[in-house]
Design a protein around this ligand. Structure first.
Ligand code: NDP
Length: 254
């Protein structure tokens, strides 16, 4: 896979789950990683230590998303931490991964949960990209983590599905705009993945089997399944792909 030596990557929500897997993989490929997270200092430290103990480079970056000024605060911290590492200013790879979900059908969605979902999952990535582009070098990469919920109906996840649909539309429009800078913009749509989000559903053998049955490979996705695709999109090998939504569901949609 591509050589990311000399590149700097920011992966939002990389203290745990899929984001952690992406951070570890991009670090393995040589990138310096900003391990962003919201509140779980212990998990972020574990991610950073897993990277540095394997010979990679990473630093933690705490910033709450979904609140006014979130992107400015995130990048102020990013600039400071990057300088503290002795790294060149600037950004090469931005992965918008952090998201939350308040599962609810149409009759149960509340204003508060809807606004919070859109603020974290949709508004934050938009303004993180806006601020990130001021630092991103030409030839950079933007990877947005979407979800299978945009290609199949999940009425129990109404606000979440809408938030991810908007992320894919953002991906499409932005790709056209950034072509002249050689920056690609793509979305990854995972199916069920073994993270804290699915822990309750995986708690029983029946629950595990039900999630595994979505995939033609009859297993639940792992963070590395998603991370390997992110590594491809982050690499030079993907230079001719932009504005695309990549289904990474183990064939769950077939
Ligand atoms: P996790 O809940 O395991 O991890 C979420 C990460 O995002 C954590 O690092 C968390 O940091 C951070 N985060 C969440 N909310 C905020 C916030 N308001 N401000 C700052 N950071 C925040 O998520 P997953 O790994 O399961 O999911 C990652 C991505 O993949 C998401 O975009 C999700 O929608 C998508 N996805 C996941 C699937 C799955 O089955 N797991 C399926 C399809 C898509 P902290 O803990 O410090 O708050």
């Amino acid at each position: 896979m591509g050589d990311l030596n000399g590149k700097t990557a920011l992966v939002t929500g990389s203290s745990r789950g899929i984001g952690r897997g992406i951070a570890q993989r991009l670090a393995k490929d040589g990138a310096l990683i900003a391990v962003h997270y919201g509140s779980n200092d212990v998990a972020a430290k574990e991610t950073v230590e897993s990277i540095t103990s394997a010979g990679g480079r990473a630093f933690p970056l705490r910033a709450e998303l979904g609140i006014p000024g979130d992107a400015e605060a995130l990048f102020a911290a990013f600039d400071t931490e990057l300088a503290a590492c002795g790294a060149e200013p600037g950004l090469d790879i931005l992965v918008n991964n952090a998201a939350l979900n308040f599962p609810a059908r149409i009759d149960a969605v509340t204003y508060e949960e809807f606004d919070r979902t859109l603020a974290v999952n949709t508004r934050a990535p938009l303004f993180i990209i806006q601020h990130g582009l001021r630092r991103m070098r030409d030839g950079g990469r933007i990877i947005n983590i979407s979800s299978a919920v945009t290609s199949t109906a999940h009425p129990s996840q109404m606000a979440y599905s809408m938030s991810k649909g908007a992320v894919e539309t953002l991906t499409l429009a932005l790709a056209k705009d950034l072509g002249e800078r050689g920056i690609t913009v793509n979305a990854i749509a995972p199916g069920w993945v073994e993270t804290d989000v699915t822990a309750a559903r995986r708690a029983t053998p029946e629950g595990r089997a039900a999630l595994a049955a979505y995939s033609v490979f009859n297993r639940i996705g792992r963070p590395t399944d998603i991370a390997d695709v992110a590594a491809f999109l982050a690499s030079d090998d993907s230079r001719w792909i932009t504005g695309q939504r990549i289904d990474v569901t183990g064939g769950s949609m077939l």
